[in-house]
Design a protein around this ligand. Structure first.
Ligand code: RNT
Ligand code: ZN
Length: 419
């Protein structure tokens, strides 16, 4: 059977259940992921001298050869990734990835000029940019506290950093003609029992209020805040917890960023969607894959991810959700990691768009819980792969079965030649 016939048959199967495949494909094609730049070089960045990943409760393991060492290399890598992902996606930068031209530019000195090159590059490819302040891998983060530090010099330094990053984000947003999301995550916390939790959190509120004092055009900049449960070295206390940022964001009109690795292992992120969307217009996500802890494994098509995407669609909030990827693994081909993670996220959204939501809801309202469960089970063996393949064909990117060879080819021709 040829590809077209296989797809038509699949479409018919979904159609029988009342699912409009063409509509699902159109919505998927319009959905941008925000691809993180930091899988390309293990969260290294381009500061001089090379700051090593430290002081942040985040950790990359592995030394697979071929990681990007320069701006040129990372851009080539990211273009290759984008040629292997169906759709038009955004790119999330970190402040440490500026074009510093070999000069030492401290974090409180970062400025739009260091990201002008990124803006031009992204503009020429039609890619939107998002931005993250970088509060780790820096001597002033070594104490474990940044924006909530009791050392006023340290706290002021990081306030200036975040202010500079918002200015850069607004600059990027204006230049690209669509809002740049500036996401803020800080590592602040402590390894052991901490008594002045209130004091640290009070300081964080004060720092944030100062950072967000400056108003920017919401058409250029949107601010999000990312919570965390614990990190390496901050097992006992994390200042920026979920409750903290939920309160802060709701009271200040900011966006909440939910990282799927930043909650208790058995906590459902999917369940938070319909709760938070009662009170907010938009949400930001960092899609990651925690294994036993916030390990940032490469995203795969897991049940958690499928459920999260299903909830975004069911809540009618797909277009109000800003979904970014956040993983970093140095033990395998990094381009391959991006391609797998990105494609897995897109597949999860396609699966969500292909669910017979109306029928499921009807069964639920009729109290026919057997039928609801049976239909959910039936969906698991529908010919989803044929629809995904069709999406890849329409978007002019390789099918799954061609991906391994394409990633290997880029490795042979490009990344294996890096020392
Ligand atoms: C860390 C947070 C944060 C980082 C990136 C590099 O736990 O998830 O988002 O992963 O900013
Ligand atoms: Zn994150």
């Amino acid at each position: 059977m040829n590809d077209q016939r296989i797809f038509s048959n699949a479409e018919e199967r979904y159609q029988e259940l009342g699912v409009e495949v063409q509509n699902a494909l159109m919505r998927l094609a319009a959905l941008p992921l925000s691809i993180h730049c930091w899988q390309a070089d293990d969260v290294g960045g381009f500061e001089t001298p090379d700051a090593k990943l430290s002081g942040g409760g985040i950790q990359v393991t592995g030394n697979y050869p071929g990681k990007a060492r320069t701006l040129e290399e990372i851009r080539t890598d990211l273009q290759t990734v984008s040629s292997l992902l169906p759709g038009n996606h955004r790119l999330a930068l970190h402040a440490s990835y500026g074009d510093f031209a070999g000069r030492k530019v401290d974090r409180d000195q970062v400025a739009p000029e260091h990201f002008d090159g990124w803006a031009d590059w992204a503009g020429s490819l039609g890619i939107g940019l998002d931005f993250n302040s970088t509060f780790f891998s820096h001597p002033l983060a070594d104490s474990g506290f940044t924006l909530s530090s009791k050392d006023d010099k340290v706290r002021r330094f990081w306030i200036r950093h975040a202010q500079a990053c918002r200015k850069i984000s607004a600059f990027l947003g204006e230049k690209q003609g669509s809002p740049c999301i500036h996401n803020l995550w800080i590592p602040d916390g402590a390894k052991d029992l901490t008594v002045d939790r209130f004091g640290y959190r009070r300081l964080l509120v004060e720092s944030l209020d100062e950072i967000y004092k400056q108003d920017y055009d919401p058409g250029h900049l949107k601010d999000s805040l990312e919570s965390k449960l614990f990190g390496i070295g901050s097992e006992a206390f994390v200042v920026g917890s979920h409750e903290f940022y939920m309160g802060y964001a709701l009271s200040r009109g900011k966006l909440i960023c939910l990282d799927t690795g930043h909650f208790h292992p058995t906590e459902s992120i999917a369940d938070k969607v319909s709760a938070l969307f009662q009170f907010v217009e938009e949400l930001v996500f960092h899609v990651s894959r925690p294994m036993r802890w916030d390990s940032d494994h490469v995203v795969i098509l897991s049940d958690d991810l499928k459920e999260l995407c299903a909830e975004l669609v069911r809540s009618g909030k797909l277009e109000q959700s800003h979904v970014g990827l956040d993983f970093f693994d140095g033990t395998l081909n990094r381009i391959g990691a991006y391609v797998l993670g990105g494609r897995a996220a897109l597949k999860a959204f396609l699966l969500a768009l292909l669910l017979p939501h109306e029928q499921l809801k009807r069964y639920e309202e009729e109290g026919d819980f057997f039928a609801r469960l049976a239909l959910l089970e039936e969906m698991k063996s529908l010919p989803f792969g044929a629809v995904w393949d069709e999406h890849c064909r329409r978007m002019n990117v390789p099918l799954d079965r061609e991906v391994i060879e394409r990633v290997h080819r880029y490795e042979r021709e490009v990344t294996s030649k890096r020392n």
